[in-house]
Design a protein around this ligand. Structure first.
Ligand code: BEZ
Ligand code: FE
Length: 288
């Protein structure tokens, strides 16, 4: 709810000072000022509390590096990234829902369809997993030439960028669909993992009595000509953190079982080594 009329002369004065040529900037800045003034009137922070909050933001800025954006992490942990995602990705009821990108995306190697994407020590340790599905439009028509960008953590919850034992590009892939829109790749089951907690955002989570865990997931970005690009997750059903994802990014339609398969003929068909897990996830894109 936007406070429509300023309830006090001070905020009215600040709002009246907002000029400039860009009407959208005026709208955004005006709503921000109105909400922040209302927040102060409601919660009446002491000067010490206010300075502490400013110091927190300063330290959040100082924690940022070219590889780490502590402000995005703050936005993720407050559910703001998911809120922005929610207001921007509406569409048909059967479209595949979007979800946050998170901080661990990096350029992936192009791989052939069906490739093993687990090329580090996790390949020996982890549970072999087949991930597959079809990329279609919302009427079920297959999308040929769709490009999938896939990234995930390993069975210990680490991305390649966090773990010197993994080769660069590990557990990442760029795949392109053929005429049937089908995709598949072989990997190990990802594990749930904590978001980085060694900075100010970790401090805030601890102070608020919150855990930092994200449920096990695979990230996907899917692009196809004439369709809205989609960034989303596949979440593993049964994960203990599905109901309390630290990034508030879980949506029911993104949760799929990683089903055990002991069928030797199916294992041979997908060149899987003995028993494996199978996750099926179809992707329906919205036409532009
Ligand atoms: C991730 O899944 O990579 C992620 C998302 C939000 C915050 C931290 C990590
Ligand atoms: Fe992730």
């Amino acid at each position: 709810m936007r406070p429509s009329e300023p309830a006090d002369p001070l905020s009215a004065q600040v709002l009246a000072s907002l000029a400039g040529a860009d009407p959208r900037l005026r709208e955004l800045a005006g709503a921000l000022v109105a909400h922040l003034h209302a927040f102060v009137r409601e919660t009446r922070p002491t000067e010490a509390e206010w300075l502490r909050a400013v110091d927190f933001l300063v330290r959040t800025g100082h924690a940022c590096t070219p590889e780490r954006n502590e402000f995005i992490l703050l936005s993720d942990m407050l559910g703001l990234t998911s809120a922005v995602d929610e207001v921007n990705h509406t569409g048909p009821a059967n479209m595949t829902p979007s979800s946050v990108e998170g901080p661990f995306h990096s350029p992936a190697p192009a791989r052939p369809m069906g490739a093993w994407i687990a090329e580090g020590p996790e390949r020996e340790r982890g549970e072999p997993t087949l991930v597959h599905g079809r990329v279609t439009d919302c009427d079920g028509r297959p999308l040929a030439g769709a490009r999938l960008d896939v990234w995930q953590a390993d069975d210990a919850g680490h991305y390649d960028s966090q773990d010197a034992a993994q080769p660069p590009g590990n557990l990442r892939a760029l795949l392109t669909t053929g005429d049937d829109g089908a995709y598949w790749f072989r990997t190990v089951r990802p594990s749930s993992y904590p978001v980085p907690t060694d900075g100010p955002v970790g401090e805030l989570l601890r102070a608020l009595g919150r855990h930092p865990m994200r449920p096990a997931h695979v990230h996907l970005r899917v692009e196809a000509a004439g369709h809205r690009p989609l960034t989303t997750h596949i979440f593993a059903a049964g994960d203990p953190y599905l109901a309390s994802d630290a990034a508030f990014a879980v949506k029911d339609a993104l949760v799929v079982p990683f089903r055990p398969c002991a069928d030797a003929a199916r294992a041979a068909r997908f060149s899987m080594p003995g028993p494996f897990l199978e996750a099926e996830f179809d992707i329906r894109l919205v036409a532009e």
